[in-house]
Write a protein that binds this ligand. Sequence first.
Ligand code: PMV
Length: 344
Amino acid sequence: MKAFALAHPNIALVKYWGKRDFAYNLPGAGSLSLTLGGLSTRTCVEFDAALDADSLQLDGKAVESGGKLKRVSQFLDLVRERAGISQHARVISENDFPTGAGLASSASGFAALALAATTAAGLELSATELSILARRGSGSAARSLFGGYVEMNDGVYAIGEDGTKVATRSAEEASKAAYARQIAPAAHWDLRCVIAVTSAGEKDIGSTEGMVSTQNTSPYYEQWIASVPGDIERAAAAVAARDFAALAEVAEASCLRMHASAMGADPGIIYWNATTVALIHAVRKARAGGLPVFFTIDAGPQVKVFCPAEALDECRALLAGTQGVRQILEAHPGEGARLCGDFV
Ligand code: PMV
């Protein structure tokens, strides 16, 4: 009744921002990401009949109450229901990177939790089933089950046995079709991701809150969602062809359109600080000068800059030379979630 799992965060090159259904946590559109080796979450789950409630320890500190514990407990309910068990669980999770600051800790966190909890509960799920389950915890977590370059379905269509697309007719049906899959393994293209941490604190507006506000109040939300399928197609083609310039163009466009839709909310959501903006300009200027780099930004002020492996030193220097950058982290294409050894 005890298992350990490891998962990496992932960064979306074509963003997910908005939900079609809240009960099943269905995304409003698909997305495309790279799984980031070099940053890891390790999670241990142990179901124990002696416990009278679930407990959570995150980065060495007990989480006694509040949203995080509730979210983990609700996720464990899905696992318990599926496994037909009622025991509560002890969950211990450790990130080797800053938690909750827009570095996708919920992606690696729920991917590792899905694998560790189902294994501890005696379930043997396929990667697709785990991706569907992880999505219920956090939309981006569905992608961290897989390594390398990953595409997430929106669940509007299910792929039939003969490969044909069949429209799903309910949220429950769509839930079974909204999963991620690998489109190219990590070894396909050695892109590096250099992360500029521009603020150490936890973000002010969580992704769910930001999405809800955007879809309820932003006049740009529909246009944003309509732009995603074309961006996924272009990004997938750029990945297949290892076309850096094409990927740079579509990834920056997707990031800026996502943020534009959020800025259009009422009140407008601004995840950036002055250093975030300085980095956007620095990256674009360096690219115009011939350095292969592009940026992407999630629901926080950190800036993730992609470059081919050969340009890593110059890319790092560019970020280190920008005023306000507090810390630099580095990642490379990583593998999917997997069981691991004892770490506690
Ligand atoms: O899965 P969530 O709820 O953490 O949302 C992720 C949202 C973004 O990181 C901003 C975009 C993405 O696709 O990862």
